[in-house]
Write a protein that binds this ligand. Structure first.
Ligand code: DGJ
Length: 690
């Protein structure tokens, strides 16, 4: 709901439980009024009438109060907008007009030839913000910085900042620490979202998993980005974020050109971190993820089994075993194309390797379909090996700096996707590939960061940072439109490209290359703070986990860990015994039963993975499922019962595993006993209201 005051200068956007309010002063300053529980327009008008606190000649009264602080004038905070023209730097805007359109508010300002439009839109309790910059003048403009939005928190004592950090194969580790004066900055200067942080922060003062106020902000951008959380001298907290890491120049806007910033979404919840996560999940399922109401199939992926050593016959053997276990989607990973027999060659040549697939991919795809499964392939379109036909034909199609050394991480270079000829080549290759065989699924990988992001000859070479992402999005959008039946997975050496931007055009993400079922629990715990299980791909792989840490774990433990997301199998099925395959079949059958709850239900994190018992619960309608895992049990320490959430205290629930009937109030207040014992034990407990 969007309300506008009679004077056309105060606006309140409201979701079911929250409101967000802004006010435009007579001097055209756009001030933040409120973000939190629902308020009425009259409440916002009272806030708008409050004068800003005064200060000395060393302070700027506007600081900490503006919705979109621009560079220039009486401001000392980090500017969200920094513009340079041949004559001047900074912005001094005047208000032009406002527009409302359903739940969307647009506030339009001008500074000479630059039009600045701030967009606000409510999606349930999530507020989406973005900014559009139009050069309507006759001179070129340089956007040194153009953030999506600045969010302002209410005055409180002692904020705590939560975010996730990580690296390859250890993504999404949750941390929470006191915010102090100054700035905390997270981001990526790598050209992709990065394994190091999800572009998400949460702030609270005293929230728990189920109670208390939590503010969260998440950015939708798959290139370099930055979120800065600032505690200002008067203790007010502002969060500013957008595309690009530095102020070194984002884009040059010629007359007539415009830039739309990425979306920066945010929410307030008074139901703790769990409530905030559930709101994020519901938002993404409803407004971000394509076809989120559809179930994601159980997949098999051949990477850990075969690495680059693949053949049609061997993939067929794996496919037969996968189908017998109940897998629904069979994915051939790296190594099927060009001269790709190792990571040294082939990227860029997206035609099947004639020795490995003499008649192309169609025979294998048909065979997989005849086994009752969908067929998927791996690609890494934005990359190129110097040892490839594409590179030999177009050595200038890569990002490079004239006369400088270049980095060949993983023996590959990054294609310059800002170039139209590269965009067209990739479209033709991928469209041709998807038309050449009945392919249902594409795992889209990205295995190195930008390091030599140059574009010799271009008038504004640094634009390739932004234009790469725009071209990636356009290519995905075009492919999705031409091949509506094909689903896409975002992968970047595991979880290196996960954000609301890529999620709006992919069906799931590869959470991490770390498939160890215990390590995964911490990764999944961090991931679940913002993103839903519906997109969180998780595979059961071999034990010992020779890819990583040699940990030995039971199939039971591996399956229960992976069943908390979109279940997949990634082990070498040709080495699994008949007993293991039979057990896998049972787990996959069980997953299919609980899938509607896991993929579409509400998540309750019952116990974080801190060394002992950890558990998540998914509820939907009258059903609930608990996935509980015990890392280690110390002698004499009983495993605690799990206090469940989201149940009706007055109802009774049958546990399908034990046949026992429990009162809802007992499960909520005294807990469910899991029967877990020893080390690396795990269980699935289904509950149905009776
Ligand atoms: C990195 C991915 O994360 C892996 O799953 C696999 O697809 C390899 N790339 C293939 O090169």
């Amino acid at each position: 709901m969007l309300e506008t005051a009679e004077n056309g200068r105060t606006w309140v956007l409201s979701g079911p439980t929250s409101s967000y309010a802004v006010h435009l002063t007579e001097r055209d300053e756009l001030l933040h009024l409120h973000w939190g529980p629902r308020i009425a327009l009259a409440d916002a008008e009272e806030l708008a009438a409050r004068p800003l606190p005064g200060g000395s000649s060393f302070e700027a009264p506007l600081d900490g109060h503006e919705e979109y602080p621009v560079e220039g004038g009486p401001r000392f905070v980090r500017p969200a907008l920094s513009v340079r023209t041949p004559e001047r730097r900074g912005t001094e805007w005047t208000f032009d007009r406002y527009e409302t359109d359903g739940d969307e508010l647009r506030l339009r300002f001008r500074d000479a030839g630059l039009a600045i439009t701030l967009h606000y839109r409510t999606r349930g309790d999530v507020v989406e913000r973005w900014t559009v910059l139009d050069n309507e003048g006759t001179e070129p403009l340089e956007l040194l910085r153009a953030d999506s939005a600045t969010w302002t928190l209410p005055d409180r004592e002692e904020w705590l900042l939560s975010h996730v950090h990580g690296r390859w194969a250890a993504e999404s580790r949750l941390v929470r620490s006191p915010l102090t004066y100054g700035e905390k900055v997270i981001g990526s200067r790598r050209g992709h979202t990065g394994h190091q942080y999800l572009p998400w922060v949460a702030l609270d003062t005293d929230a728990t998993e189920e109670r208390g106020e939590v503010y969260g902000c998440a950015l939708g951008w798959s290139g370099s980005w930055r979120i800065a959380v600032a505690q200002l001298p008067d203790a007010r907290v502002q969060i500013t974020g957008g595309a690009g890491y530095d102020e070194s120049g984002l884009l040059s806007l010629a007359p007539g050109e415009s830039f739309t910033t990425p979306l920066f979404a945010a929410l307030w919840s008074d139901a703790g971190f769990g409530g905030a996560s559930r709101t994020w999940h519901a938002y993404q399922r409803a407004y971000v993820i394509p076809d989120a109401d559809r179930d994601r199939p159980v997949l098999y992926n051949s990477w850990e089994a075969t690495q680059f050593d693949i053949s049609e016959e061997q993939q067929e053997v794996l496919a037969q075993r996968a189908a017998a276990a109940g897998v629904e989607l069979f994915v051939v990973d790296d190594g099927w194309f060009g001269a790709r027999t190792s990571d040294r060659a082939g990227l860029g040549d997206w035609t099947p390797n004639p020795d490995r697939f003499p008649a192309g991919l169609k025979p294998l795809a048909d065979r997989v379909h005849s086994l009752g499964m969908q067929f998927g392939i791996w690609v890494e379109p934005e990359m190129i090996n110097p040892d490839s036909d594409l590179y030999r034909a177009h050595p200038d199609w890569v990002q490079y700096q004239e006369g400088r050394k270049r980095t060949e991480f993983r023996n590959q270079l990054v294609l310059n996707l800002a170039r139209e000829d590269v965009q067209e080549y990739l479209w033709e290759q991928l469209h041709g590939l998807l038309s050449s065989a009945p392919i249902d699924y594409v795992k889209w990988d990205f295995n190195r960061c930008f390091t030599d992001a140059g574009w010799p000859g271009d008038a504004y070479p640094q634009r390739l940072w932004v234009d790469h992402v725009r071209a990636l999005y356009a290519l995905l959008d075009r492919l999705r439109e031409a091949h509506p039946g094909v689903a896409f997975e975002s992968c970047s050496g595991g979880g290196g490209r996960i954000d609301l931007g890529i999620l709006s055009r992919t069906d799931q993400v590869w959470t991490s290359d770390n498939t160890d079922p215990l390590d995964r629990l911490a990764i999944q715990h961090g991931f679940s703070q913002i993103h839903p299980a519906r997109v969180m791909a998780a595979w059961v792989t071999d034990s010992p986990n020779t890819q990583l840490n040699d940990r030995v774990s039971s199939l039971r433990f591996r399956f229960v860990s992976a069943m908390a997301g979109v279940l997949g199998v990634g082990g070498d099925l040709s080495e699994w015994t008949e007993e293991e395959l039979a057990e896998a079949r049972e787990w996959i059958a069980l997953y299919k039963e609980i899938r509607p709850l896991v993929q579409h239900g509400d998540l309750h994190r019952l116990c974080p993975p801190t060394g002992g018992l950890s558990a998540v619960q998914y509820t939907r309608g009258d059903e609930s499922v608990v996935l509980a895992l015990l890392q280690a049990q110390h002698y004499g320490e009983p495993v605690p019962a799990l206090r469940l959430r989201g149940l009706d205290p007055t109802a009774a629930y049958e546990c399908l595993e034990t046949g026992e009937v429990h009162r809802g109030a007992v499960l909520l207040h005294h807990g469910l006993r899991t029967g877990l014992r020893g080390d690396l034990d795990a269980t699935v407990l289904r509950l149905r209201r009776i």
